[in-house]
Design a protein around this ligand. Structure first.
Ligand code: G
Ligand code: G
Ligand code: MN
Length: 439
């Protein structure tokens, strides 16, 4: 399909080159992995996947010419041997050119696809002379590059061995956790700053693993995305969250996070709506949280999914606002219901004029467009008072509660009701603070 040599030929060539390697005659091995490749099949189908592979192979061949040996190692992995480099700059330059060439979109029958390429580099004899060992080390550097983000390049470093083993272990455990459906949502209360009452919960995935301990979502969600497990995991979490939320007071909303990678799947809207139908949870009570980077994508898939959900009555919240790189016009081309102010601004309300200016600007912007606002990461009373005084409608943070398991929600709601009965109305005490502040 790509017309390139295969793994066996690659190994033979590598053997030949390594036989000549000395301190003054260094050999570089580059392992390349396409970022976002699995998504192409999901979004554009199998034929598109083959076409993109062929196109990528052609771009590589054009760049490399006769300078080195190029092979397709497997699926979406390619290998390059540079037989005689004059300095580490040679492989680094080549890697940069490859990354640049992958940045152009790939044409498919059903539209343009975006790919990136991660590259790991090992040098002989510096990093070893055994071909298997060197390929393994270049692959470890590649793993690390992919863990760093899209289209990254990394040289092998000895300490990578450990991390990669953990990454592989997490991936293996994640597979069985998803198969066994044991990753569960916990719930963090969303509080109305008007009434000072809980009005809903945000679902936050929690995974307690027997051998690895507690693995946070910022670690396992990206791995789930890379491995394609995110589809099954997202479905499981939403279904569970809807079932749990069915036990809450009927006015309570459920906020659920969807990553930009999930939003590249054009069937996502349909799957969310069918989870709602199957669990009998009303779309009007669901709020989907999306970060800015989802709005930058050019493909329009995210927009179509968001439109579909909004049509059904689902609300859309812009998560971690202020930390991304979307332009205002990109954001405004989507219909939104809510902006969540990133906790980095909230945590500096006390000590940074800039944060106060930014927060007030966001609140003004939201008000102008008729959007509700949630301040994230409220940890103390003074932040709460400042936000309420400036018109923020909702809050979330450790001051109220962190995320708790579903089973603890009744107790949390009882505690809230009890506190209200004993200590005077929470809303009144909050508003006393607000009055004091503005007088
Ligand atoms: O819960 P905190 O506990 O550590 O969450 C860390 C990050 O993981 C947050 O950015 C949050 O949005 C994300 N996250 C938590 N749960 C989910 C989930 O179910 N799906 C997705 N896509 N992201 C989640
Ligand atoms: O990106 P998103 O907003 O979905 O992530 C929510 C994250 O914020 C989770 O990791 C959650 O555990 C964390 N979080 C929630 N409340 C607070 C808080 O008051 N302080 C801090 N530091 N983190 C919080
Ligand atoms: Mn969120």
């Amino acid at each position: 399909m790509t017309g390139l040599p295969n793994r066996r030929l690659f190994d033979e060539e590598l053997d030949l080159c390594l036989g000549l390697a000395t301190d003054t005659h260094q050999v570089a091995i580059l392992m390349l992995g396409l970022d976002g490749f699995k998504r192409i099949k999901d979004t554009h189908g199998h034929a598109a996947e083959d076409k993109a592979l062929g196109e990528f192979a052609k771009r590589l061949t054009d760049i490399l010419r006769k300078d080195g040996v190029l092979a397709r190692i497997g699926g979406d992995e390619f290998g390059i041997v540079l037989p005689n480099i004059s300095s580490l700059e040679d492989p680094a330059n080549l890697a940069r050119r490859i990354v640049a060439s992958a940045a152009d979109t790939f044409a498919t029958e059903t539209g343009a696809a975006e790919l990136g390429v991660g590259i790991g580099i090992a040098i002989a004899p510096l990093d070893g002379v055994n071909p298997h060992e060197l390929v393994r080390r270049a692959e470890r550097a590649l793993y690390r590059a992919q863990g760093d983000g899209r289209s990254r390049v990394r040289f092998f470093e000895p300490d990578m061995d450990v991390h990669v083993e953990r990454r592989v272990q997490i991936e293996r455990e994640l597979r069985s956790a998803v198969a066994a459906d044991i990753i569960e949502p916990h719930y963090q209360p969303l509080v109305s700053l008007e009434s000072n009452r809980i009005i809903g919960f945000e679902a936050l995935a929690r995974w307690e693993n027997r051998t690895l301990g507690n693995i946070p979502p910022d670690v396992f969600i990206p791995i789930a995305e890379e491995t394609g497990l995110i589809k099954a995991l997202g479905d499981q979490l939403l279904r569970r969250a809807c079932l749990d939320a069915n036990a809450w007071p009927e006015t309570f909303s459920l906020a659920f996070n969807i990553s930009p990678v999930q939003l590249r799947d054009s069937a996502l809207g349909e799957r969310i709506l069918s989870a709602l139908a199957q669990t009998g949870f009303s779309p009007r009570r669901l709020e989907i949280e999306i970060t800015e980077s989802a709005f930058v994508e050019k493909t329009g898939v995210a927009k179509a999914v968001i439109d579909e959900l909004r049509q059904a009555g689902v609300r859309i919240a812009l998560d971690d606002f202020g930390t991304g790189y979307a332009t205002l016009s990109q954001l405004l081309s989507f219909r939104l219901d809510k902006i969540k102010i990133d906790r980095s601004f909230v945590s500096h309300l006390d000590d940074s004029t800039d944060s106060r200016v930014i927060v007030r600007a966001i609140l003004g912007l939201a008000k102008g467009f008729g959007l509700t606002t949630t301040a994230e990461g409220i940890e103390d009373e003074s932040q709460l008072i400042y936000l309420a005084a400036n018109g923020c409608t909702e809050g979330q943070g450790y001051l109220f509660s962190g995320a708790v398991p579903a089973a603890r929600i009744p107790a949390l709601l009882n505690r809230e009701a009890g506190r209200r009965a004993i200590t005077d109305d929470g809303a009144r005490s909050l508003h006393a603070g607000v009055d004091a502040l503005s007088s």
